[in-house]
Design a protein around this ligand. Structure first.
Ligand code: FAD
Ligand code: LAC
Ligand code: ZN
Length: 487
Protein backbone atom coordinates (compact mmCIF):
# COMPACT_ATOMS: atom_id res chain seq x y z
CA UNK A 1 0.00 0.00 0.00
CA UNK A 2 1.51 3.36 -0.87
CA UNK A 3 0.62 6.33 1.26
CA UNK A 4 1.97 9.38 -0.51
CA UNK A 5 1.08 11.61 2.46
CA UNK A 6 3.79 10.17 4.78
CA UNK A 7 6.44 12.84 4.97
CA UNK A 8 7.61 12.62 8.58
CA UNK A 9 9.29 9.84 10.52
CA UNK A 10 6.07 8.75 12.17
CA UNK A 11 7.80 6.46 14.66
CA UNK A 12 10.05 9.26 15.90
CA UNK A 13 7.08 11.62 16.08
CA UNK A 14 5.07 9.09 18.12
CA UNK A 15 8.02 8.47 20.44
CA UNK A 16 8.33 12.19 20.96
CA UNK A 17 4.61 12.63 21.74
CA UNK A 18 4.10 9.54 23.89
CA UNK A 19 7.57 8.65 25.18
CA UNK A 20 9.76 5.89 23.77
CA UNK A 21 8.55 3.41 26.42
CA UNK A 22 5.15 3.32 24.73
CA UNK A 23 6.30 2.79 21.14
CA UNK A 24 7.98 -0.49 20.20
CA UNK A 25 9.76 -0.87 16.92
CA UNK A 26 11.19 -4.38 16.76
CA UNK A 27 12.38 -7.39 18.70
CA UNK A 28 10.48 -9.97 20.76
CA UNK A 29 8.16 -7.31 22.19
CA UNK A 30 6.73 -6.70 18.74
CA UNK A 31 6.50 -10.19 17.22
CA UNK A 32 3.31 -11.41 18.98
CA UNK A 33 1.35 -8.41 17.70
CA UNK A 34 2.07 -9.39 14.11
CA UNK A 35 0.70 -12.95 14.05
CA UNK A 36 -2.93 -13.94 14.42
CA UNK A 37 -4.31 -16.47 16.90
CA UNK A 38 -4.35 -19.33 14.39
CA UNK A 39 -0.77 -18.63 13.35
CA UNK A 40 -2.11 -18.42 9.80
CA UNK A 41 -1.78 -14.68 9.07
CA UNK A 42 1.31 -12.60 9.70
CA UNK A 43 2.05 -9.02 8.77
CA UNK A 44 4.27 -6.14 9.77
CA UNK A 45 4.01 -2.58 10.96
CA UNK A 46 6.22 0.45 11.49
CA UNK A 47 5.75 0.09 15.25
CA UNK A 48 3.44 -1.04 18.01
CA UNK A 49 1.98 1.72 20.19
CA UNK A 50 0.79 0.87 23.71
CA UNK A 51 -1.07 3.95 24.97
CA UNK A 52 -1.68 4.40 28.69
CA UNK A 53 -4.92 6.37 28.39
CA UNK A 54 -7.52 7.86 26.07
CA UNK A 55 -5.44 11.04 25.68
CA UNK A 56 -2.52 8.97 24.33
CA UNK A 57 -4.83 7.19 21.90
CA UNK A 58 -6.16 10.53 20.67
CA UNK A 59 -2.63 11.91 20.19
CA UNK A 60 -1.59 8.80 18.27
CA UNK A 61 -4.64 8.84 16.02
CA UNK A 62 -4.37 12.57 15.35
CA UNK A 63 -0.77 12.20 14.25
CA UNK A 64 -1.56 9.23 12.03
CA UNK A 65 -4.53 11.12 10.59
CA UNK A 66 -2.40 14.13 9.74
CA UNK A 67 0.04 11.90 7.85
CA UNK A 68 -2.47 9.34 6.51
CA UNK A 69 -0.79 6.47 8.33
CA UNK A 70 -2.95 3.33 8.70
CA UNK A 71 -3.83 2.20 12.23
CA UNK A 72 -4.51 -1.44 13.10
CA UNK A 73 -6.29 -1.54 16.48
CA UNK A 74 -5.58 -4.66 18.50
CA UNK A 75 -7.23 -6.05 21.60
CA UNK A 76 -6.42 -9.55 22.85
CA UNK A 77 -5.61 -10.70 19.30
CA UNK A 78 -8.02 -13.64 19.48
CA UNK A 79 -9.82 -12.74 16.26
CA UNK A 80 -10.39 -15.90 14.23
CA UNK A 81 -10.73 -13.99 10.95
CA UNK A 82 -7.40 -12.15 10.75
CA UNK A 83 -9.00 -8.91 11.92
CA UNK A 84 -6.43 -7.74 14.45
CA UNK A 85 -3.08 -8.10 12.71
CA UNK A 86 -1.70 -5.79 10.03
CA UNK A 87 -1.14 -7.06 6.50
CA UNK A 88 2.34 -7.53 5.05
CA UNK A 89 4.06 -4.23 4.16
CA UNK A 90 1.24 -2.40 5.91
CA UNK A 91 3.15 0.86 6.29
CA UNK A 92 0.97 1.42 9.37
CA UNK A 93 1.06 1.06 13.13
CA UNK A 94 -0.51 -1.44 15.50
CA UNK A 95 -2.32 0.28 18.36
CA UNK A 96 -2.72 -2.15 21.24
CA UNK A 97 -5.14 -1.43 24.08
CA UNK A 98 -3.37 -3.89 26.41
CA UNK A 99 -2.23 -1.26 28.92
CA UNK A 100 -5.66 0.34 29.22
CA UNK A 101 -7.11 -2.46 31.32
CA UNK A 102 -8.64 -0.72 34.34
CA UNK A 103 -12.08 -1.34 35.80
CA UNK A 104 -13.15 2.29 36.28
CA UNK A 105 -16.42 1.85 38.15
CA UNK A 106 -18.77 -0.93 39.25
CA UNK A 107 -22.16 0.17 40.51
CA UNK A 108 -24.60 -2.55 41.59
CA UNK A 109 -27.28 0.08 42.30
CA UNK A 110 -27.09 1.07 38.62
CA UNK A 111 -26.50 -2.53 37.46
CA UNK A 112 -23.66 -1.13 35.39
CA UNK A 113 -19.89 -1.11 35.20
CA UNK A 114 -17.44 1.06 33.30
CA UNK A 115 -14.14 -0.34 32.08
CA UNK A 116 -11.27 0.68 29.84
CA UNK A 117 -11.33 -1.08 26.49
CA UNK A 118 -8.24 -3.18 27.23
CA UNK A 119 -9.85 -4.79 30.29
CA UNK A 120 -9.82 -8.58 29.84
CA UNK A 121 -13.27 -10.12 29.61
CA UNK A 122 -12.42 -12.45 32.53
CA UNK A 123 -11.39 -9.45 34.64
CA UNK A 124 -14.68 -7.67 33.90
CA UNK A 125 -16.63 -10.82 34.82
CA UNK A 126 -14.70 -11.09 38.11
CA UNK A 127 -15.23 -7.40 38.96
CA UNK A 128 -18.99 -7.86 38.52
CA UNK A 129 -19.01 -10.96 40.71
CA UNK A 130 -17.29 -9.01 43.49
CA UNK A 131 -20.41 -6.88 43.85
CA UNK A 132 -22.73 -9.85 43.44
CA UNK A 133 -23.62 -9.11 39.83
CA UNK A 134 -23.21 -11.01 36.57
CA UNK A 135 -21.57 -9.78 33.40
CA UNK A 136 -22.92 -12.54 31.16
CA UNK A 137 -20.71 -12.53 28.05
CA UNK A 138 -18.87 -15.85 28.10
CA UNK A 139 -16.58 -17.45 25.53
CA UNK A 140 -13.57 -19.72 25.29
CA UNK A 141 -11.10 -16.86 24.83
CA UNK A 142 -12.31 -14.93 27.89
CA UNK A 143 -8.91 -15.11 29.60
CA UNK A 144 -7.25 -13.30 26.66
CA UNK A 145 -9.84 -11.25 24.79
CA UNK A 146 -10.61 -7.67 25.79
CA UNK A 147 -13.88 -5.81 26.24
CA UNK A 148 -12.90 -3.44 23.39
CA UNK A 149 -12.33 -6.42 21.08
CA UNK A 150 -15.60 -8.03 22.21
CA UNK A 151 -17.43 -4.81 21.36
CA UNK A 152 -15.60 -4.27 18.08
CA UNK A 153 -16.59 -7.80 16.97
CA UNK A 154 -20.02 -7.78 18.66
CA UNK A 155 -18.99 -11.08 20.24
CA UNK A 156 -21.56 -13.78 20.96
CA UNK A 157 -20.57 -16.88 22.89
CA UNK A 158 -22.61 -19.18 25.07
CA UNK A 159 -24.88 -16.72 26.89
CA UNK A 160 -26.58 -15.10 23.88
CA UNK A 161 -29.76 -17.15 24.18
CA UNK A 162 -30.57 -15.55 27.55
CA UNK A 163 -28.65 -12.24 27.57
CA UNK A 164 -28.08 -11.32 23.93
CA UNK A 165 -24.75 -10.64 22.25
CA UNK A 166 -22.30 -7.87 23.09
CA UNK A 167 -24.45 -5.23 21.40
CA UNK A 168 -27.19 -5.93 23.95
CA UNK A 169 -24.77 -5.52 26.85
CA UNK A 170 -23.29 -2.13 25.96
CA UNK A 171 -24.82 0.99 27.52
CA UNK A 172 -22.30 3.58 26.41
CA UNK A 173 -18.93 4.04 24.73
CA UNK A 174 -15.96 6.34 24.59
CA UNK A 175 -14.38 6.33 21.14
CA UNK A 176 -11.42 8.06 19.52
CA UNK A 177 -12.57 9.00 16.04
CA UNK A 178 -10.34 8.65 12.94
CA UNK A 179 -9.42 12.37 13.08
CA UNK A 180 -8.30 12.12 16.72
CA UNK A 181 -11.38 13.68 18.34
CA UNK A 182 -12.77 11.96 21.42
CA UNK A 183 -16.48 11.10 21.52
CA UNK A 184 -17.56 10.67 25.13
CA UNK A 185 -20.75 8.62 25.09
CA UNK A 186 -19.92 6.83 28.33
CA UNK A 187 -23.43 6.87 29.78
CA UNK A 188 -25.22 4.12 31.69
CA UNK A 189 -28.75 5.19 30.68
CA UNK A 190 -31.32 2.53 29.79
CA UNK A 191 -33.30 5.09 27.85
CA UNK A 192 -31.95 7.87 25.68
CA UNK A 193 -33.83 8.71 22.52
CA UNK A 194 -32.06 11.99 21.95
CA UNK A 195 -31.15 11.38 18.33
CA UNK A 196 -29.23 8.65 16.52
CA UNK A 197 -27.84 5.82 18.65
CA UNK A 198 -24.20 6.33 17.64
CA UNK A 199 -22.72 3.63 19.84
CA UNK A 200 -24.30 0.96 17.66
CA UNK A 201 -22.23 2.12 14.71
CA UNK A 202 -19.00 1.26 16.51
CA UNK A 203 -20.25 -2.07 17.88
CA UNK A 204 -19.30 -4.75 15.36
CA UNK A 205 -17.36 -2.28 13.17
CA UNK A 206 -14.11 -4.16 13.89
CA UNK A 207 -12.10 -1.00 14.41
CA UNK A 208 -12.90 0.48 10.99
CA UNK A 209 -14.73 3.55 12.32
CA UNK A 210 -12.75 4.45 15.44
CA UNK A 211 -10.95 3.12 18.49
CA UNK A 212 -13.09 2.18 21.47
CA UNK A 213 -11.27 3.35 24.58
CA UNK A 214 -13.86 2.67 27.32
CA UNK A 215 -17.30 1.12 27.70
CA UNK A 216 -20.24 1.19 30.10
CA UNK A 217 -21.72 -2.31 30.39
CA UNK A 218 -24.93 -3.83 31.71
CA UNK A 219 -24.87 -6.08 34.76
CA UNK A 220 -27.48 -8.63 35.80
CA UNK A 221 -28.54 -10.34 39.02
CA UNK A 222 -26.70 -13.59 39.62
CA UNK A 223 -28.95 -16.61 39.31
CA UNK A 224 -27.90 -18.50 42.44
CA UNK A 225 -28.64 -22.00 41.19
CA UNK A 226 -27.44 -23.50 37.94
CA UNK A 227 -28.03 -27.01 36.67
CA UNK A 228 -26.15 -28.34 33.66
CA UNK A 229 -26.80 -31.44 31.61
CA UNK A 230 -25.23 -33.19 28.65
CA UNK A 231 -27.77 -34.91 26.44
CA UNK A 232 -27.12 -37.48 23.69
CA UNK A 233 -29.48 -37.47 20.71
CA UNK A 234 -29.96 -39.78 17.73
CA UNK A 235 -31.14 -37.04 15.31
CA UNK A 236 -30.33 -33.38 14.69
CA UNK A 237 -34.02 -32.73 14.19
CA UNK A 238 -34.63 -34.06 17.71
CA UNK A 239 -31.98 -31.66 19.05
CA UNK A 240 -34.03 -28.70 17.84
CA UNK A 241 -37.23 -30.22 19.21
CA UNK A 242 -35.65 -30.88 22.62
CA UNK A 243 -34.06 -27.43 22.68
CA UNK A 244 -37.37 -25.74 21.88
CA UNK A 245 -39.13 -27.86 24.49
CA UNK A 246 -36.59 -26.93 27.18
CA UNK A 247 -37.08 -23.27 26.29
CA UNK A 248 -40.80 -23.70 26.87
CA UNK A 249 -40.37 -25.68 30.08
CA UNK A 250 -37.79 -23.29 31.55
CA UNK A 251 -38.81 -19.81 30.37
CA UNK A 252 -36.12 -17.25 31.20
CA UNK A 253 -34.15 -20.03 32.92
CA UNK A 254 -32.63 -21.85 29.94
CA UNK A 255 -29.38 -19.89 29.60
CA UNK A 256 -27.31 -22.09 27.28
CA UNK A 257 -28.13 -24.55 24.53
CA UNK A 258 -24.92 -25.71 22.92
CA UNK A 259 -24.65 -28.36 20.23
CA UNK A 260 -21.78 -30.77 19.49
CA UNK A 261 -21.33 -33.48 16.91
CA UNK A 262 -19.87 -36.67 18.37
CA UNK A 263 -16.80 -36.04 16.19
CA UNK A 264 -16.25 -32.74 18.02
CA UNK A 265 -16.41 -34.36 21.47
CA UNK A 266 -14.04 -37.11 20.31
CA UNK A 267 -11.58 -34.53 19.11
CA UNK A 268 -11.68 -32.54 22.36
CA UNK A 269 -11.15 -35.73 24.38
CA UNK A 270 -8.14 -36.61 22.22
CA UNK A 271 -6.38 -33.24 22.40
CA UNK A 272 -7.34 -31.58 25.69
CA UNK A 273 -6.45 -32.82 29.17
CA UNK A 274 -9.33 -33.88 31.44
CA UNK A 275 -11.93 -33.33 28.74
CA UNK A 276 -13.33 -36.83 28.16
CA UNK A 277 -17.04 -36.96 27.48
CA UNK A 278 -18.97 -38.54 30.36
CA UNK A 279 -21.44 -40.17 27.94
CA UNK A 280 -20.66 -42.89 25.38
CA UNK A 281 -19.94 -41.30 22.02
CA UNK A 282 -22.22 -43.63 20.06
CA UNK A 283 -24.91 -41.02 19.43
CA UNK A 284 -24.24 -38.50 16.63
CA UNK A 285 -25.38 -35.35 18.47
CA UNK A 286 -25.06 -33.87 21.95
CA UNK A 287 -26.56 -30.86 23.70
CA UNK A 288 -25.06 -29.04 26.66
CA UNK A 289 -27.71 -27.09 28.53
CA UNK A 290 -27.59 -24.69 31.47
CA UNK A 291 -30.67 -23.86 33.48
CA UNK A 292 -30.18 -20.99 35.90
CA UNK A 293 -32.75 -19.77 38.38
CA UNK A 294 -33.55 -18.79 41.94
CA UNK A 295 -35.30 -22.16 42.31
CA UNK A 296 -33.22 -24.75 44.18
CA UNK A 297 -30.90 -27.04 42.21
CA UNK A 298 -32.80 -30.04 43.55
CA UNK A 299 -36.11 -28.84 42.13
CA UNK A 300 -34.49 -27.69 38.86
CA UNK A 301 -32.79 -31.09 38.44
CA UNK A 302 -36.04 -32.95 39.11
CA UNK A 303 -37.92 -30.84 36.55
CA UNK A 304 -35.13 -31.34 34.03
CA UNK A 305 -34.95 -35.10 34.57
CA UNK A 306 -38.74 -35.33 34.15
CA UNK A 307 -38.63 -33.41 30.90
CA UNK A 308 -35.77 -35.50 29.56
CA UNK A 309 -37.58 -38.70 30.55
CA UNK A 310 -40.51 -37.59 28.39
CA UNK A 311 -38.14 -36.85 25.49
CA UNK A 312 -36.49 -40.25 25.95
CA UNK A 313 -39.88 -41.99 25.80
CA UNK A 314 -40.59 -40.09 22.58
CA UNK A 315 -37.32 -41.42 21.11
CA UNK A 316 -35.75 -37.94 20.95
CA UNK A 317 -33.07 -38.50 23.61
CA UNK A 318 -30.71 -41.46 23.78
CA UNK A 319 -28.97 -40.73 27.07
CA UNK A 320 -28.28 -37.83 29.42
CA UNK A 321 -26.22 -36.88 32.43
CA UNK A 322 -27.16 -34.10 34.84
CA UNK A 323 -24.17 -32.64 36.70
CA UNK A 324 -24.51 -33.56 40.35
CA UNK A 325 -22.26 -30.81 41.69
CA UNK A 326 -20.24 -27.75 40.72
CA UNK A 327 -17.16 -29.83 39.89
CA UNK A 328 -19.08 -31.93 37.35
CA UNK A 329 -20.65 -28.81 35.91
CA UNK A 330 -17.25 -27.17 35.46
CA UNK A 331 -16.01 -30.36 33.79
CA UNK A 332 -18.80 -30.17 31.19
CA UNK A 333 -18.02 -26.53 30.47
CA UNK A 334 -14.31 -27.27 30.29
CA UNK A 335 -15.16 -29.52 27.34
CA UNK A 336 -17.20 -26.76 25.69
CA UNK A 337 -14.65 -24.02 26.14
CA UNK A 338 -11.83 -26.23 24.81
CA UNK A 339 -13.23 -26.87 21.33
CA UNK A 340 -11.38 -24.11 19.48
CA UNK A 341 -8.06 -25.01 21.05
CA UNK A 342 -8.65 -28.71 20.28
CA UNK A 343 -9.57 -27.99 16.67
CA UNK A 344 -6.46 -25.85 16.23
CA UNK A 345 -4.28 -28.70 17.49
CA UNK A 346 -6.04 -31.44 15.54
CA UNK A 347 -5.11 -30.45 12.01
CA UNK A 348 -6.23 -28.04 9.33
CA UNK A 349 -9.80 -27.20 10.21
CA UNK A 350 -11.57 -25.16 7.59
CA UNK A 351 -13.85 -23.40 10.03
CA UNK A 352 -17.09 -21.64 9.23
CA UNK A 353 -19.30 -19.55 11.47
CA UNK A 354 -22.71 -19.75 9.79
CA UNK A 355 -26.16 -19.03 11.17
CA UNK A 356 -29.57 -20.00 9.86
CA UNK A 357 -32.99 -19.71 11.49
CA UNK A 358 -33.13 -22.28 14.30
CA UNK A 359 -35.84 -24.37 12.61
CA UNK A 360 -33.64 -24.65 9.50
CA UNK A 361 -30.61 -26.09 11.31
CA UNK A 362 -31.53 -29.74 10.57
CA UNK A 363 -32.05 -29.05 6.88
CA UNK A 364 -28.74 -27.15 6.67
CA UNK A 365 -26.85 -29.89 8.51
CA UNK A 366 -28.25 -32.68 6.31
CA UNK A 367 -27.69 -30.91 3.00
CA UNK A 368 -24.24 -29.65 4.01
CA UNK A 369 -23.20 -33.11 5.24
CA UNK A 370 -24.24 -34.69 1.94
CA UNK A 371 -22.51 -32.06 -0.19
CA UNK A 372 -19.25 -31.96 1.78
CA UNK A 373 -19.20 -35.76 2.05
CA UNK A 374 -19.52 -36.09 -1.72
CA UNK A 375 -16.91 -33.44 -2.55
CA UNK A 376 -14.38 -34.24 0.20
CA UNK A 377 -14.93 -37.84 1.28
CA UNK A 378 -11.78 -38.02 3.43
CA UNK A 379 -12.47 -34.87 5.42
CA UNK A 380 -14.12 -35.12 8.81
CA UNK A 381 -17.09 -32.91 9.66
CA UNK A 382 -16.78 -31.47 13.14
CA UNK A 383 -19.59 -29.26 14.42
CA UNK A 384 -19.98 -27.21 17.55
CA UNK A 385 -22.60 -24.53 17.78
CA UNK A 386 -24.84 -22.25 19.72
CA UNK A 387 -28.01 -24.10 18.74
CA UNK A 388 -30.26 -21.63 20.56
CA UNK A 389 -28.99 -18.94 18.16
CA UNK A 390 -29.01 -21.12 15.02
CA UNK A 391 -25.23 -20.56 14.91
CA UNK A 392 -23.00 -23.45 13.85
CA UNK A 393 -19.21 -23.55 13.80
CA UNK A 394 -18.95 -25.98 10.91
CA UNK A 395 -15.42 -27.32 10.66
CA UNK A 396 -14.22 -29.41 7.75
CA UNK A 397 -11.13 -31.10 9.18
CA UNK A 398 -8.12 -32.41 7.32
CA UNK A 399 -5.28 -34.03 9.28
CA UNK A 400 -1.95 -32.16 9.07
CA UNK A 401 -0.51 -34.73 6.62
CA UNK A 402 -3.67 -34.95 4.53
CA UNK A 403 -3.75 -31.16 4.22
CA UNK A 404 -0.08 -31.05 3.20
CA UNK A 405 -0.98 -33.41 0.33
CA UNK A 406 -3.77 -31.14 -0.97
CA UNK A 407 -2.29 -29.67 -4.15
CA UNK A 408 -4.42 -26.55 -4.43
CA UNK A 409 -5.22 -25.53 -0.87
CA UNK A 410 -6.70 -22.14 -1.74
CA UNK A 411 -9.09 -23.77 -4.21
CA UNK A 412 -10.09 -26.42 -1.68
CA UNK A 413 -10.84 -23.76 0.94
CA UNK A 414 -12.93 -21.87 -1.56
CA UNK A 415 -14.87 -24.95 -2.68
CA UNK A 416 -15.67 -25.92 0.90
CA UNK A 417 -16.80 -22.42 1.83
CA UNK A 418 -18.86 -21.99 -1.32
CA UNK A 419 -20.83 -25.15 -0.53
CA UNK A 420 -21.50 -24.04 3.03
CA UNK A 421 -22.13 -20.35 2.43
CA UNK A 422 -24.38 -20.94 -0.58
CA UNK A 423 -26.42 -23.35 1.53
CA UNK A 424 -26.56 -20.87 4.43
CA UNK A 425 -27.78 -18.21 2.00
CA UNK A 426 -30.41 -20.60 0.61
CA UNK A 427 -31.65 -21.05 4.19
CA UNK A 428 -31.82 -17.26 4.64
CA UNK A 429 -28.76 -17.39 6.85
CA UNK A 430 -25.37 -15.70 7.10
CA UNK A 431 -21.74 -16.62 6.41
CA UNK A 432 -20.60 -14.77 9.56
CA UNK A 433 -22.73 -15.11 12.65
CA UNK A 434 -20.47 -13.93 15.47
CA UNK A 435 -16.79 -13.84 14.46
CA UNK A 436 -17.00 -10.91 12.07
CA UNK A 437 -15.35 -10.27 8.72
CA UNK A 438 -11.75 -9.22 9.39
CA UNK A 439 -9.57 -9.75 6.35
CA UNK A 440 -10.91 -13.26 5.84
CA UNK A 441 -14.41 -12.75 4.49
CA UNK A 442 -14.09 -9.80 2.12
CA UNK A 443 -14.97 -11.97 -0.83
CA UNK A 444 -18.09 -13.23 0.94
CA UNK A 445 -19.07 -9.65 1.76
CA UNK A 446 -18.96 -8.86 -1.94
CA UNK A 447 -20.73 -12.07 -2.93
CA UNK A 448 -23.50 -12.41 -0.35
CA UNK A 449 -24.24 -8.94 1.00
CA UNK A 450 -27.07 -6.93 -0.48
CA UNK A 451 -25.48 -4.22 -2.69
CA UNK A 452 -27.64 -1.57 -1.03
CA UNK A 453 -26.36 -2.59 2.41
CA UNK A 454 -22.77 -2.56 1.16
CA UNK A 455 -23.27 0.86 -0.37
CA UNK A 456 -24.64 2.26 2.89
CA UNK A 457 -21.74 0.75 4.82
CA UNK A 458 -19.21 2.30 2.44
CA UNK A 459 -20.95 5.65 2.76
CA UNK A 460 -20.65 5.49 6.56
CA UNK A 461 -17.01 4.44 6.34
CA UNK A 462 -16.13 7.27 3.94
CA UNK A 463 -17.89 9.81 6.15
CA UNK A 464 -16.16 8.71 9.34
CA UNK A 465 -12.78 7.88 7.86
CA UNK A 466 -12.27 9.65 4.52
CA UNK A 467 -8.53 8.92 4.60
CA UNK A 468 -9.18 5.20 5.14
CA UNK A 469 -6.68 4.91 7.99
CA UNK A 470 -8.75 2.89 10.49
CA UNK A 471 -8.11 -0.82 9.99
CA UNK A 472 -8.11 -0.36 6.21
CA UNK A 473 -9.16 -3.22 3.93
CA UNK A 474 -10.96 -5.00 6.75
CA UNK A 475 -14.73 -5.59 6.75
CA UNK A 476 -15.48 -3.75 3.50
CA UNK A 477 -14.28 -5.14 0.16
CA UNK A 478 -13.00 -2.52 -2.26
CA UNK A 479 -15.78 -1.34 -4.56
CA UNK A 480 -15.97 -3.54 -7.63
CA UNK A 481 -13.73 -6.16 -6.04
CA UNK A 482 -15.21 -9.57 -5.47
CA UNK A 483 -12.11 -11.36 -4.38
CA UNK A 484 -8.82 -11.00 -2.55
CA UNK A 485 -8.17 -11.17 1.14
CA UNK A 486 -5.83 -8.16 1.29
CA UNK A 487 -3.60 -10.08 3.67
P1 FAD B 1 -8.91 -8.73 18.66
O1 FAD B 1 -8.80 -10.10 18.11
O2 FAD B 1 -7.66 -8.11 19.14
O3 FAD B 1 -9.59 -7.78 17.59
C1 FAD B 1 -10.76 -8.13 16.93
C2 FAD B 1 -11.19 -6.98 16.02
O4 FAD B 1 -11.58 -5.86 16.81
C3 FAD B 1 -10.09 -6.45 15.12
O5 FAD B 1 -10.67 -5.99 13.93
C4 FAD B 1 -9.51 -5.28 15.89
O6 FAD B 1 -8.93 -4.33 15.03
C5 FAD B 1 -10.74 -4.73 16.57
N1 FAD B 1 -10.49 -4.13 17.88
C6 FAD B 1 -9.95 -4.71 18.98
N2 FAD B 1 -9.97 -3.86 20.00
C7 FAD B 1 -10.53 -2.71 19.55
C8 FAD B 1 -10.84 -1.46 20.14
N3 FAD B 1 -10.57 -1.19 21.43
N4 FAD B 1 -11.42 -0.51 19.38
C9 FAD B 1 -11.71 -0.74 18.07
N5 FAD B 1 -11.44 -1.92 17.46
C10 FAD B 1 -10.86 -2.88 18.20
N6 FAD B 1 -16.18 -15.07 19.31
C11 FAD B 1 -17.49 -15.14 19.59
O7 FAD B 1 -18.24 -14.26 19.18
N7 FAD B 1 -18.02 -16.17 20.32
C12 FAD B 1 -17.24 -17.17 20.82
O8 FAD B 1 -17.75 -18.09 21.46
C13 FAD B 1 -15.84 -17.09 20.57
N8 FAD B 1 -15.02 -18.03 21.08
C14 FAD B 1 -13.70 -17.95 20.83
C15 FAD B 1 -12.87 -18.91 21.41
C16 FAD B 1 -11.50 -18.89 21.17
C17 FAD B 1 -10.62 -19.92 21.81
C18 FAD B 1 -10.96 -17.87 20.33
C19 FAD B 1 -9.50 -17.81 20.05
C20 FAD B 1 -11.79 -16.91 19.77
C21 FAD B 1 -13.16 -16.93 20.01
N9 FAD B 1 -14.01 -15.96 19.47
C22 FAD B 1 -15.35 -16.02 19.77
C23 FAD B 1 -13.53 -14.92 18.53
C24 FAD B 1 -13.18 -13.49 18.99
O9 FAD B 1 -14.05 -12.56 18.29
C25 FAD B 1 -13.36 -13.15 20.40
O10 FAD B 1 -12.39 -13.94 21.07
C26 FAD B 1 -13.20 -11.65 20.86
O11 FAD B 1 -14.41 -10.95 20.73
C27 FAD B 1 -12.10 -10.83 20.21
O12 FAD B 1 -11.59 -9.95 21.18
P2 FAD B 1 -10.07 -9.47 21.17
O13 FAD B 1 -9.87 -8.53 22.30
O14 FAD B 1 -9.15 -10.63 21.13
O15 FAD B 1 -10.02 -8.69 19.82
C1 LAC C 1 -16.97 -21.07 20.02
C2 LAC C 1 -16.19 -20.12 19.18
C3 LAC C 1 -15.42 -20.79 18.13
O1 LAC C 1 -18.18 -20.99 20.05
O2 LAC C 1 -16.98 -19.11 18.66
O3 LAC C 1 -16.34 -21.93 20.64
ZN1 ZN D 1 -19.08 -19.52 18.98
Amino acid sequence: MTRPGITVDIVAALQERLGSGDVFVDGPDVAPFMVDWWGRAAGDALCVVLPRGTGDVAKTVALCHDHSVPIYPQGGNTSVCFGAVPPARSGGIVLSLARMDAVLDVNPRDSAMTVQAGCLLAKAQAAALEVDRLFPLSLGAEGSCQIGGNIATNAGGTGVLRYGNMRDLVLGLEVVLPDGRIWNGLRTLRKDNSGYDLKNLFIGAEGTLGIITAAALKLFPIQPNVVSALIALPEIDGAVTVGTDLGTAFPGELTALELFSASQLRLVARHIANAACPLALDSPWFLLVDIASATSCKVLSERLVDRLAGATDAGLVADAVVAANERQRAALWHIRHSVTEANKTAGMGLSHDIAVPVFAVPSFVCLAGDAIGRAFPTAEIVIVGHLGDGNLHYNVMFGHDAWARVTDQARTRLEVSRILYDLAAQHRGTFSAEHGIGALHLEEMARYKDPVELDLMRTIKRRFDPRNIMNPFRVLPSAGCDKGSHL
